[in-house]
Design a protein around this ligand. Structure first.
Ligand SMILES: Nc1nc2c(ncn2[C@@H]2O[C@H](COP(=O)(O)OP(=O)(O)OP(=O)(O)O)[C@@H](O)[C@H]2O)c(=O)[nH]1
Ligand SMILES: [Mg+2]
Length: 427
């Protein structure tokens, strides 16, 4: 525990009033009022605190809650927590407060997950996305869609059960049209969804190439600082160098690597092995070539490895002129830059953003939610193709199940554990 101005101890559960009475001598506190009190352990005052009581269901977890604001001295907080545990409280596991909030119907599953995203966001865009989801940007849409599904199901069910006796026969073409409309809405929503790991964990970009082509120069230029050593001696970078930057609000982990070439130097060899590893793990590889020269064996060797990856070929040193053979080899696929003259670096950045399929107005959600939406869409499309209502119904129910899984209406204990285990304690 670190020293801080204040430290908050959060309690949730039915014994909060008991605890307030015993440790704070606070009887029948008014909910949501801040009380300035002393915190006592067996009649000895431990600290001067502020306490707030929240009455169920109007609290974060939906249960009775008590928040006690101590002075941020780790020793004080430790003693208080010890006494509380002795009295019968237990430690919250990671994400337990939010998990309870979800279980008590205070938020949907994706809203609960966005709390963690909000805490871990390192860019403004990431915060904006997490807040959007927390406010229901994602789940409201799913909720609306779910209601439409249920309406259609009810219509079909009535038809199956009562046949054509009492009610108007169902017009299957109309139902199909409704299903197609729903599929279109879901499809357009799906097209806005993006992989959230790019927004929260960042995009990993590795700069590779043979020695002396300007990898470290490019690294520094993108970072806009002198981070990696640049020199005209081939083999300057021997280890890898890593730093973070932001591209249009997306966090990027940029890696400069050792120039790849045949060598007998064991240290350089180790550096080259590391470069090869980074290259394979990266989301994007920038393969740098000295564009003013003809390609040689080393360039071809590296190109053979990187061409099957998400690679941009970067022809550097255009200020010295571009070698036509080199340019022809890559046809139109290369990006021509000059770091010396700061030319075309913006274009390179934009190409990276385009390749990652990062949308300005995208909604960044978990792989699981994107997957479930894709599955729901598949089932819905299948339903619209059916001519028999019974079979149509099976597919609609399947689609509905996927949506309900997103909202957390159908949940598997394992999925819940997985989602909440990545949270920090106290949230
Ligand atoms: N003319 C010109 N020279 C450049 C340009 N970019 C880099 N250089 C020079 O090329 C040389 C090598 O640059 P580095 O960035 O150290 O190259 P590197 O690929 O990191 O090299 P290693 O670490 O040895 O693998 C330096 O002398 C740079 O000043 C450019 O756009 N034009
Ligand atoms: Mg270097």
């Amino acid at each position: 525990m670190l020293k801080s101005a204040i430290s908050v101890v959060r309690l949730s559960g039915p014994n909060c009033l008991d605890i307030a009475s015993r440790f704070l001598h606070l009887e029948n506190p008014k909910p949501r009022y801040a009380y300035h009190r002393a915190f006592y352990i067996k009649d000895n005052m431990l600290d001067d605190v502020v306490a707030i009581y929240y009455k169920t269901p109007y609290s974060y977890t939906g249960e009775d809650m008590l928040e006690i604001f101590f002075h941020g001295n780790p020793l004080i907080v430790e003693k208080a927590v010890e006494a509380l545990v002795e009295y019968g409280c237990s430690f919250a596991s990671p994400g337990e407060f939010t998990k309870r909030a979800f279980l008590n119907g205070k938020m949907t599953l994706d809203e609960a997950s966005s709390v963690e995203l909000l805490i871990n966001a390192t860019t403004e865009k990431a915060i904006e996305n997490a807040l959007g989801i927390l406010k229901g940007k994602f789940s409201n849409f799913i909720e609306e869609l779910r209601k439409d599904f249920i309406k259609i199901i009810a219509n079909i069910e009535a038809d199956i059960e009562f046949g054509y006796e009492d009610i108007e026969p169902l017009n299957i073409d109309e139902i199909k049209k409704e299903l197609e409309d729903l599929a279109k809405r879901l499809e357009s929503f799906y097209s806005k969804l993006r992989e959230q790991s790019f927004l929260y964990d960042g995009i990993k970009i590795a700069i590779v190439g043979k020695p002396n082509v300007g990898k470290s120069s490019l690294f520094n230029a993108l970072l806009q600082k002198r981070r990696s050593i640049v020199s005209d001696i081939p083999g300057t970078t021997r280890d890898y160098v890593e730093d973070r930057l932001e591209l249009n609000g997306f966090p990027v982990k940029l890696i400069d690597t050792a120039g790849i070439r045949k060598t007998d130097d064991p240290i350089e060899k180790e550096g080259i092995d590391i470069a090869l590893e980074h290259m394979k793990e990266a989301h994007v590889v920038l393969f740098v070539v000295d564009g003013s020269n003809e390609l040689d064996e080393e360039d071809y060797f590296i190109y053979d490895i990187v061409k099957s990856l998400n690679t941009f070929v970067v022809l550097n040193k255009s200020d010295l002129g571009i070698n036509t053979k080199t340019l022809d080899f890559f046809k139109n696929d290369a990006i021509i830059i000059s770091i010396r003259n700061q030319e075309n670096l913006e274009c390179l950045k934009n190409k990276i953003l385009n390749m990652m399929d990062l949308a300005e107005d995208g909604i960044y959600v978990s792989k699981r939610n994107r997957f479930l939406i894709a599955k729901a869409l598949g089932s819905l499309r299948e339903a619209a193709l059916q001519d028999k209502t019974e079979i149509m119904m099976l597919y609609i129910r399947e689609a509905l199940d996927y949506l309900e899984e997103i909202l957390g209406l159908i949940t598997d204990e394992n999925v819940l554990d997985e989602i909440f285990s990545t949270f920090c304690i106290g949230k």
